[in-house]
Design a protein around this ligand. Sequence first.
Ligand SMILES: Cc1cc2nc3c(=O)[nH]c(=O)nc-3n(C[C@H](O)[C@H](O)[C@H](O)COP(=O)(O)OP(=O)(O)OC[C@H]3O[C@@H](n4cnc5c(N)ncnc54)[C@H](O)[C@@H]3O)c2cc1C
Length: 518
Amino acid sequence: MQYEFTIQVSPEVAADPNELKNIVARNNGIPLEEISHIQILKRSIDARQRAVKINLKLIVFVQEDFINKPIELPEYPDVSNASEVIIIGAGPAGLFAALRCIELGCKPIVLERGKDVQARRRDLKAINRDHTVDPDSNYCFGEGGAGTYSDGKLYTRSKKRGDVHRILKLLVGFGATDQILVEAHPHIGTNKLPRIIAEIREKIIERGGEIYFGTRVTDFEIKNSEIRGVTLLDGSTIVTNKVILATGHSARDIFELLYRKKIEIEAKPFALGVRVEHPQHLIDQIQYKCDVRSPYLPPSPYSIVKQVRGRGMYSFCMCPGGVIAPCATSLGEVVTNGWSPSKRDQPTANSGIVIELRLEDFKSFSKYGPLSGMYFQKSIEQQAWRVGGESQRVPAQRLNDMIKGRVSSNLPVTSYKPGLTAVDMLTVFPEFIHKTLQDGFIAFGKSMKGYLTNEAVVHAPESRTSSPVRIPRDWKTLEHIQIKGLYPCGEGAGYAGGIISAAIDGEKCAEACIKVCR
Ligand SMILES: Cc1cc2nc3c(=O)[nH]c(=O)nc-3n(C[C@H](O)[C@H](O)[C@H](O)COP(=O)(O)OP(=O)(O)OC[C@H]3O[C@@H](n4cnc5c(N)ncnc54)[C@H](O)[C@@H]3O)c2cc1C
């Protein structure tokens, strides 16, 4: 027999299967020797009280053996000779679109401007060490997209968008730990993601799909409002009538191209701010209300939202035990984001702290039409580059100094490798953003005692949280509202905000596109 229970236990008990068994037996009047196995379905941490607890959802096997069924991948047929779909971009949206195409019997041809995961590493080293930015190979561009060298957080608020569990199971099938199916806030880690991405690529190729790296799409062939082909950087053209456009929100050249070709796009509100780094032990002390974190607890994340000056201000993409990375995609700009390894064992915690921007905030960029938000975003990244010292050195300020509006007289070494330049953040941001961040941080400090400290360092800007442009599509067919056969997909099109939602949208676009192919 199997019984499902929810139980709250201490972190020590949650980590000890024997002790857990004892407690389950005792609490539920089940003879200990009759329990053959306890399977944990869900695990979450409740740190609201002084004593941190772990919530577990369990299945208890009583007088019945537990059979561990490994997660299996779907049957992927050979699609070498099947009808073709062009997918632009090998981020989560593009790769999961490709897998779904194969599952449904179509042949995906993936065109990716960047390099494969291995070759990409060299370019990431170069950004960190030499401050050089390859516009086709960086933290945002290349196999696996922007999510490859990330924390690999797989938590999404957008459960309504689709089957999150299905994507998690696929990731397990491609080599991720099955713990991502259990944890309430699953993550994979930068050290593990590239192997999983490579496994996905190998499966796509093994089943007859094709992937081309170093292949930047520079134009679309359009006739009678229908897509007829895509042009590559080398001038060659691929004839096609089905294109899934999954180029991410950093592909500004694609947004420019669509605008130039009078293909409808819209400016979209997005969020922007800074990335703040604290010592991890400080965040642990605040969140777990302790002097030293228990060895049974992971480095603590935090999540905070406030209304400040009539706008939402919130933590975004928080990386416990992580590192701040230089995520520019062009020369002449500075962009930050964060990653962490699977163990989250770095001594620092970083998080994007961003404020909501509205369309009226980009008014002074209105000459760029639907690209006004994108140009506003770009202007801040370029200003950060100038005040940072015309390199990948990031404008930085100690947190208390930022609130008080004074340039820090010195800065500690942070995890951001290219280095820091002490500035007043008012020289990076327009006044309304600066003031909102200052007030918001004060409000954060009231909710999280100890958060406001000069040990924390603010890095600027965190500007690529979501797309400043939407590529509108028909809600039913998922085709572009004006161009037949073009399927705007993923984060760049404005339909996703993270690895999981991008993967879900990739699958949806593949399904919509294949419905028409048949
Ligand atoms: C450092 C970092 C950490 C992050 N951490 C997390 C996290 O922990 N959890 C999370 O959910 N999200 C995280 N994100 C965000 C997440 O990576 C994105 O939301 C997600 O990757 C979007 O997927 P996508 O496929 O829509 O676009 P992208 O991942 O941006 O992929 C687009 C792909 O298209 C390619 N491309 C662009 N233009 C062209 C062209 N003209 N021709 C051919 N190819 C082109 C690009 O090279 C890129 O590979 C992080 C992002 C960064 C940068």
